[in-house]
Design a protein around this ligand. Structure first.
Ligand code: NAD
Ligand code: ZN
Ligand code: ZN
Length: 354
């Protein structure tokens, strides 16, 4: 076996001490892997809006505190537990939201492991990837092929997997039209790319000129600016080629209003996929329209291990152009501030200290 890098006993991390934050950049101990875990020397981690929800305690799901957030991490395996056989030291892997699951319940056996009642979540119920050394259950880390750009692939570990799965759940077929709501954000910008790669036409919905330019650059057929339009429903329908509305809607905004609007413009027999998780939000739809226009509304929650591998493979083949800005780990607090103000076009990625 080649000589292994020595593992320090302390490391830099961003720690959220209590619900509401703010995060503190400080040194903490390096954890040790349990029997079925690997220790990953993280090189880059994306910042997902979920990390902000976690810090703010937005959801009806208890969050660990103090917390090291983060669940879009990529790096190298530097240690492993004695039961781990299929992941080698030195291998490149990604740590995603679903850190581990029981692998024995009906959901796990049916490849719906995100629904496992014993699932543990990176950067939420266990410490995540905003640290130099992060633990992951070996069965759940995603292999990252050699030669891919590690900073760009990081957001695929949550944003990529989630939108790829959401597009599959939408049942939209090549040639059909999908509206992506929140298209200029992290999930949205990747959703546009996966949709194109899957042969779909994209109507992008978001706010502001910077996001509009990004959406055009990513290949959206049309951009609807929710801050400017006088009639969002009419505008979205007008941009579908036959005026009947998009076949599918992917709701990836972290705001409630779009969840009430989508039934207005989705095509009859179309599918609305709820992915964004705005705090305390309700999903409302008129019963009459939902029935007589045969509208399907469904939730979609991350993806399984195979979705993860497939999403990374789309990236490896050069089909996904991830619009990232790379900043040091120490900058997380500023990234959260920009995210709160809705000012992030694409995704911020944190670079770990050397
Ligand atoms: P982000 O902040 O990068 O992007 C959200 C985008 O929504 C922004 O560009 C914002 O301008 C836009 N937006 C706000 N209001 C809008 C409106 N009325 N109409 C259209 N667009 C609007 O966030 P992100 O990291 O992409 O995450 C988005 C949401 O998805 C978060 O709530 C996050 O927690 C959730 N999420 C869910 C899953 C899942 O498995 N279901 C996985 C990851 C993230
Ligand atoms: Zn996420
Ligand atoms: Zn399970």
């Amino acid at each position: 076996m080649p000589p292994q890098p020595s593992i320090p006993t302390t490391q830099w991390a961003q720690v959220c001490p209590k619900v509401g934050g703010p995060v503190e950049y400080k040194q903490i101990p390096v954890p040790k892997p349990d029997h079925d875990e690997v220790l990953v020397n993280i090189k880059y981690s994306g910042v997902c809006h979920t990390d902000l929800h976690a810090m703010n305690g937005d959801w009806p799901l208890p969050v660990k505190m103090p917390l090291v957030g983060g669940h879009e991490g990529v790096g190298t395996v530097v240690a492993r537990g004695d039961l781990v056989t299929h992941v080698e030291l030195g291998e490149q892997v990604g740590v995603k939201w679903l850190n581990g699951s029981c692998l024995a319940c009906d959901f796990c056996e049916g490849a719906d492991e995100s629904l496992c009642e014993k699932a543990i979540l990176s950067g939420y119920t266990v410490d995540g990837t905003f640290q130099q050394y992060c633990l992951g259950k070996a069965a759940h880390v995603t292999p990252i092929p050699k030669g891919v750009k590690l900073d760009e692939v990081a957001p695929v570990l949550c944003a990529g997997i989630t939108v790829y799965k959401g597009l599959k759940e939408s049942r939209a077929e090549p040639g059909q039209v999908v509206a992506i709501v929140g298209a200029g954000g992290g999930l949205g910008s990747l959703a546009q790319q996966y949709a194109k790669a899957m042969g779909l036409q994209v109507i992008a919905i978001d706010g502001g000129e910077e996001k509009g330019e990004l959406c055009k650059r990513l290949g959206a057929e049309a951009y609807v600016d929710f801050t400017k339009t006088k009639d969002l429903v009419a505008d979205v329908k007008a941009h579908s080629p036959d005026g009947l509305g998009p076949h599918a809607v992917l709701l990836v905004a972290a705001a409630e209003l779009p969840f009430q609007q989508a039934t207005g413009y989705v095509r009859s027999r179309g599918t609305i996929v709820a992915i964004g998780l705005p705090a305390h939000a309700q999903l409302k739809a008129p019963v009459f329209d939902t029935v007589v226009r045969m509208i399907t509304i469904r939730g979609s929650y991350v993806g399984n291990r195979l979705d993860g591998k497939e999403a990374v493979d789309f990236f490896r083949r050069g089909l996904i152009n991830v619009p990232i800005k790379v900043v040091p780990l120490s900058e997380l607090g500023n990234v959260f501030n920009l995210m709160k103000e809705g000012k992030i076009a694409g995704r911020y990625v944190l670079k770990m200290p050397e």
